[in-house]
Design a protein. Sequence first.
Length: 99
Amino acid sequence: MKRTLEIENAFQKIRAQTGLSDVQDIVNRFLTREQTYSQLLNQVADNEDKIDRLRADNDKWRSKLQELQIKNSGGVDLAKRTKNINPELHELDIQIMNA
């Protein structure tokens, strides 16, 4: 009886807070929230892994770009060469050289 009374009191508190009266509806909402929370945690972990991979790829390609820029510059400042070609490239070249 004591256990049943504890469950009934918990149900009454939940009903008062949520406005829900159907036990099955309350149980479904709790289960759905737990599943959704678990899925969100998994998605966050997956996205963090993806960000780490993208950062590593970005660093790799940035290094490769710098190597190619140094190789192709032939002693001429690449930032000066790209200034006349494309202002956006010029800004990116300056950022890369300062990194």
